[in-house]
Design a protein around this ligand. Structure first.
Ligand SMILES: Nc1nc2c(ncn2[C@@H]2O[C@H](COP(=O)(O)OP(=O)(O)OP(=O)(O)O)[C@@H](O)[C@H]2O)c(=O)[nH]1
Ligand SMILES: [Mg+2]
Length: 205
């Protein structure tokens, strides 16, 4: 295990009220507030964790999902290592807006290679299933993830603490895997001192 901690910036995006702040608070402080206020702008919290033997400081940036706060949140997209696109399974519109959130992120973060950028999708509030409140099926959500870039999908509940840890750990794994891939591309395109240019390309998902 490496002794140095890697700082990773993960950003939570999605419609107002889907539970982004609740997911961050559940993960970092293990608390849930059923009366939480809408976020204004952005907030962030850190949590240290170890994934596959690597020490990581996860810096979670929680953004305001309401349209009126757009100009306050978009300046913070730059430098993100992973984007967690969040909807609520009892809110069809929030699912239908995932594509807009992805576009907004790509535009303002100015990522070099959007096709390779690590996104993770969260369908939050799965606890509502028990009271018949689900509006988006798991299959439908998985199909969207498949079509839009083979993104990992997690059905979460900040209220019941379902899959919250797994989702954040998956975000870290996605970033680490993407970095390994980039290192591999750099290595395979390097020129050795004997004049043999290596041109082998790595394959992707
Ligand atoms: N039943 C249920 N309610 C949840 C869950 N997560 C969040 N909520 C509730 O949904 C409401 C909105 O949650 P927030 O975490 O504030 O939503 P947000 O995505 O941060 O909203 P904005 O800050 O406006 O973008 C609050 O009343 C939460 O208590 C969940 O997993 N299950
Ligand atoms: Mg919030």
């Amino acid at each position: 295990m490496s002794g140095k901690s890697l700082l990773l910036k993960v950003i939570l995006l999605g419609d107002g009220g889907v539970g982004k702040s609740s997911l961050m608070n559940r993960y970092v402080t293990d608390r849930f507030d059923s009366q939480s206020f809408h976020t204004i702008g952005v907030e962030f919290l850190n949590r240290d964790l170890e994934v596959d033997g690597r020490l990581v400081t996860l810096q979670i940036w929680d953004t305001a999902g309401q349209e009126r706060f757009k100009s306050l949140r978009t300046p913070f997209y730059r430098g993100a290592d992973c984007c967690m696109l969040t909807f609520a399974v009892n809110d069809l519109q929030s699912f239908q807006n995932l594509g807009c959130w992805k576009k907004e992120f790509i535009y303002y973060s100015d990522v070099k290679n959007p096709e390779r950028f690590p996104f993770v999708v969260l369908g939050n509030k799965v606890d509502v299933e028990q009271v018949g409140g689900r509006k988006v099926g798991e299959d439908e959500a998985r199909a969207w993830c498949e079509e839009n870039g083979c993104y990992p999908y997690f059905e979460t509940s900040a209220k019941d603490d379902t899959n919250v840890t797994s989702a954040f750990e998956a975000a870290v794994r996605e970033v680490l895997a993407a970095e390994d891939q980039n290192d591999h591309i750099l290595l395979s395109n390097s020129i050795d001192l004997h004049g043999n240019r290596k041109t082998s390309r790595s394959s992707c998902c």
